[in-house]
Design a binder for this molecule. Structure first.
Ligand code: G
Ligand code: G
Ligand code: MN
Ligand code: NA
Length: 250
């Protein structure tokens, strides 16, 4: 398969990039951290979004190599940021359940010097793998170290409540499909109020995703959502690396 061959070359070479999107406090728009989002600077096809290649990696046992690259890169980048800022890294369910996942996280933290408290791993609920013993083991090993877990795309999967019940979740990210019509759809507004109440009741951090305009930000702020992410506050973009060299601008 051409895509797979290309992706192996991308991993060996220098074609993958991390873009970063700001996560802010809704109260005063203070920067709290960034979510790392992978891109592929393909030599002929240009800058590719993850949707164009993550599934190919998932099906070809490249998941753990790709995930390892992301974790090391993100921790190295974040170690050079001001001390208050956290980094969010997306982790595939398959990678999380692989042997050695928590050792990889430990190596990325130790190698970069990033304090564990500044790393948050984002997992999605859209998988049955939550039940796997290997997943529970990996999760307990990384959280004991001080790394936190976010439940991404919250509300869209079939096992959201089970995930909250079974895993030591620190943060839920309200999916952008809900945020998109929270201001205009009373039923969506009621649903999001329910999610916010659930978050408060369980002592979770809540991040609203996909905030594109100030009406959405106002609504969420008024309803007690503390944190946000979305085009209104910043798009995913390359950041200067620790050395000051800029990447992925071509
Ligand atoms: O950046 P964009 O919004 O196009 O991302 C699309 C999807 O790809 C999102 O669901 C995001 O969680 C996922 N994604 C982005 N970067 C990574 C990554 O480094 N690892 C994994 N596993 N998923 C990622
Ligand atoms: O699935 P996950 O939440 O990890 O990925 C975030 C995805 O959402 C990325 O592909 C990112 O580019 C996209 N995204 C981030 N902010 C916004 C936004 O305000 N509007 C839309 N439509 N997409 C967004
Ligand atoms: Mn995410
Ligand atoms: Na999401």
């Amino acid at each position: 398969l051409q895509l797979e061959t290309d992706l192996r070359r991308a991993l060996d070479g220098d074609e993958l990039r991390l873009f970063y999107q700001p996560i802010v406090s809704l109260a005063d728009e203070t920067l709290l951290g960034y979510e790392a989002l992978i891109r592929w600077q393909h030599p002929t096809r240009g800058l590719l979004p993850p949707g164009a290649f993550l599934d190919a990696a998932e099906n070809n046992r490249l998941t753990s190599r790709l995930g390892a690259w992301v974790l090391h890169q993100a921790c190295n980048d974040a170690a050079g940021w001001p001390a208050g800022l956290r980094v969010h890294v997306n982790v595939s369910a398959r990678h999380l359940a692989e042997p050695g996942f928590s050792d990889l996280v430990a190596a990325a933290l130790d190698g970069s010097g990033l304090p564990p408290e500044r790393l948050e791993l984002e997992i999605t609920e859209s998988t049955a793998l939550f039940a796997a013993e290997a997943t529970l083991q990996a999760v307990s090993e990384v959280t004991e170290r001080g790394v936190t877990l976010a439940l991404d795309d919250f509300g869209t999967g079939y096992s959201a409540i089970t995930a909250l019940h079974r895993l030591p979740i620190h943060t839920v990210k309200i999916d952008r499909s809900f945020v998109a019509d929270v201001v205009t759809q009373p039923s969506t507004a009621a649903l999001v109020q329910g999610l916010l109440q659930l978050g408060r009741g369980m002592g979770l951090q809540v991040i609203a995703e996909g905030i594109e305009d100030l009406d959405q930000a106002d609504w969420l702020r008024r309803h007690g959502c503390a944190m946000a992410q979305g085009y209104a506050f910043g798009r995913p973009a390359p950041l200067p690396s620790r050395t000051g060299a800029r990447t992925a601008e071509a």
